[in-house]
Design a protein. Sequence first.
Length: 311
Amino acid sequence: MAPYLHPKLPSSPLLGVGIAGYMDKLTGGIVCINRAFPHEKTLKDIYAERVQFLQVYWGDFPRERVEEAHKAGVKVLHQVGSVEEARKAAEAGVDAIIAQGTEAGGHVIGQVGLLTLIPSVVDALKSYNIPVIAAGGIVDGRGYVAALALGAQGVCMGTRFLATPESYAHPLYKQKIVEAGYDSTEYTHMYGRGRWPGAAHRVLKSPFFENWKNKIAPDETEIGQPIIGSTTTFHNKEEVPRFSGKVPNITTQGDVDSMVMYAGMGSAHIKEVLPAATVVRSLLEEAQVIIEQRLHGLLETQLKHPASTML
């Protein structure tokens, strides 16, 4: 999301973002987001398409990789979960830092919430003059303004865009997000352990999850488990075993309710499926109202009656 700088809403089209993959912390090897695409080929395709932004995640994206992207005219956004990772990414020359808090859905690299993480990262990177973008649990203008108040210069939203007509998420997945309450997600290590060991994730609770979360053995993975469905990703049809990390999309068949559904804590504030453009416009309009009316009026009141701020 672009920073909230002007009262008028942007009229230019949204820019594309390519997600190439992540570096495996455990082995130091390169792992792709989907096995259908080798990492090198994915990067070449992104550079050939002149994608505006490349978002990388989970581990190092060294300076030589950043320079390679810059030569292709692609800016690099590195998603991190700690001050140490943010410093390392800044040293590598990335164009922006996405700081992910534990409120986020999907795989969660963050170890603390945004209220602590964002100011810490912003303060640590003052000398680098690099934008910090907040990610995790943000779904509306309230979260946007809160992130700006913490020092972020923009926000990155994931779960909110799952609940849009443009999303390829399975209809049941979208329905579960819209129906979610404030305690409908949980931080866990239950799914996809075989493919991505040690990677924590936040998911929507389900009867299947509640039944298995305390039964699954520490070394048990999705490998060798009963097949509960099938799905197609990047033109590859694959079986979905129990405890798989594959989320259900519009092609998925089988016991969808027992499949993993990644979602952030902000799901509680998503009340309906809306077009992506409407989501963005509503976020900006709500942020504008908060900044220009609520906060401005509150500040004026406190300046006139400073004692009231101590109540």
